[in-house]
Ligand binder design. Structure first.
Ligand SMILES: NC(=O)c1ccc[n+]([C@@H]2O[C@H](COP(=O)([O-])OP(=O)(O)OC[C@H]3O[C@@H](n4cnc5c(N)ncnc54)[C@H](O)[C@@H]3O)[C@@H](O)[C@H]2O)c1
Length: 377
């Protein structure tokens, strides 16, 4: 099978963070190759960044798209790794052109943009993956499978959290790139902490449980002086079956790096997973606990998860592999459309999950402004 040709939008330049992670994730399986990109907003810097990556450069995503439309560039899909305000424009343009998109989260700046994008993706029937990296961890995928197979019974309560400490001080005042745009409402959207990492906790709560959020009561805090947006995000949510979810995120928890995880409490058992120890999943049944270890050689790994494991147990697969798994799902979708023989893609978050994430954040912001009043999502 020919390698898929991938384009990158954003993610270039010496100070950028997640573009380099996508670059490695794209090539991890050697069945996909990063070939072209519009890697920065400044055209000259974009061309230099492409030279640094050793790929064909374009001064803007519009120029990249034009080359695709004229047949001068052949891309199987594009990956969007720009700050939040620059997701919707390129995502819409490439989907409109029929080119699949793997887009960073939060999907857009507003609910209206998210809904518009979802309508377009459905109309054009174009594969679309939302880059909630943690859902690519095999043990988080397994947790979703166990819930869906009824292993823990009816879900009664969910806790999902994401604690970081890197914005406990006014880092943005130093000009630090990632802090600067994340704290700027024009580039990040309605919410800083909620949009950036609260959406990951939201995805853990809803994607693993398979339950949507109906309404929320939220308290958002801004601890660091001078900030306009939240740096601490706390939500009590009612799920569609009446269960309660506590969905929290913070950037002011000094000493915490990426303390992201979840617990799901059901009528027959409980599940627990932490991304900083991503290789194991704990299932408590009451009398004794069971630990599932990640490993391609273990028979208990569901068939739906097996194609996403690359190593026998004990050799670590972690963050790059998790992100690569989202690219692998995109690859499976594209190849199956071409009738190539590949496994079925796992149900990783797509455009509807992106809409749900945007609605959740908007409802949380509105609820917090009304002192935590219950607000429909
Ligand atoms: N899924 C995850 O786990 C995860 C982790 C980190 C970041 N992210 C997301 O990835 C995105 C980027 O975050 P980051 O931390 O890498 O930011 P960053 O500031 O490090 O990188 C942003 C990049 O986009 C480029 N850029 C900005 N505007 C552009 C435009 N109009 N056209 C082309 N390029 C443009 C910048 O030059 C830079 O290279 C954000 O949406 C963020 O939420 C997701």
């Amino acid at each position: 099978m020919a390698r898929l040709r991938v384009g990158l939008i954003g993610g270039g330049g010496p100070g950028s963070f997640f573009g380099g992670v996508h670059k490695r994730a794209i090539s991890l399986d050697a069945s996909r190759e990063l070939v072209a990109g519009a890697l920065r907003s400044n055209p000259r810097a974009a061309m230099q960044a492409a030279r640094d990556y050793g790929i064909k450069g374009y001064p803007s995503y519009q120029a990249l798209l034009e080359a695709c439309l004229k047949g001068k560039e052949q891309l199987d899909y594009v990956t969007i790794v720009t700050p939040n305000h620059a997701h919707y424009g390129p995502a819409r343009a490439f989907v409109e052109a029929g080119i699949p998109v793997l887009c960073e989260k939060p999907m857009t700046m507003t609910v209206a943009e998210a809904q518009d994008l979802a309508r377009l993706v459905k109309r054009k029937r174009v594969p679309f993956v939302l880059a909630h990296t943690y859902t690519g961890h095999a043990m988080m995928m397994m947790a979703r499978e166990l819930v869906h197979q009824g292993e823990i019974g009816e879900v009664r309560k969910v806790e999902a959290w994401y604690n970081q400490g890197w914005l406990a001080t006014a880092l943005e005042k130093s000009g630090q790139q990632q802090a600067s745009w994340r704290t700027d409402p024009k580039k990040t959207g309605l919410s800083n902490c909620g949009g950036d990492i609260g959406t990951h906790a939201f995805m853990a709560a809803t994607w693993v449980s398979g339950l949507a959020v109906k309404r929320v009561s939220a308290r958002l805090n801004t601890f660091v002086k001078g900030r306009v947006l939240d740096d601490d995000f706390n939500v009590v949510a009612e799920l569609q079956n009446g269960a309660t979810a506590l969905i929290t995120a913070t950037q002011i928890a000094i000493g915490y790096k990426n303390d992201n995880g979840f617990r799901v409490f059901g009528t027959k058992g409980s599940l627990e997973w932490r991304q900083e120890q991503a290789e194991s999943l704990l299932l408590r049944r009451g009398a004794h606990d069971e630990v599932y270890w990640q490993g391609a050689n273990f028979g208990y790994i569901p068939d739906s998860v097996k194609p996403y494991l690359r190593m026998p147990a004990g050799h670590h697969e972690d963050f790059f592999e998790a992100l690569a798994n989202l690219h692998l799902s995109m690859e499976f979708m594209i190849r199956r459309r071409r009738k190539e023989r590949v496994p079925a893609p796992f149900a990783h978050p797509g455009v509807d999950a992106g809409v749900a994430g945007m609605r959740f954040v908007a409802a949380a912001v509105a609820s917090s402004k009304k002192k935590g009043a219950w607000t429909k999502v």
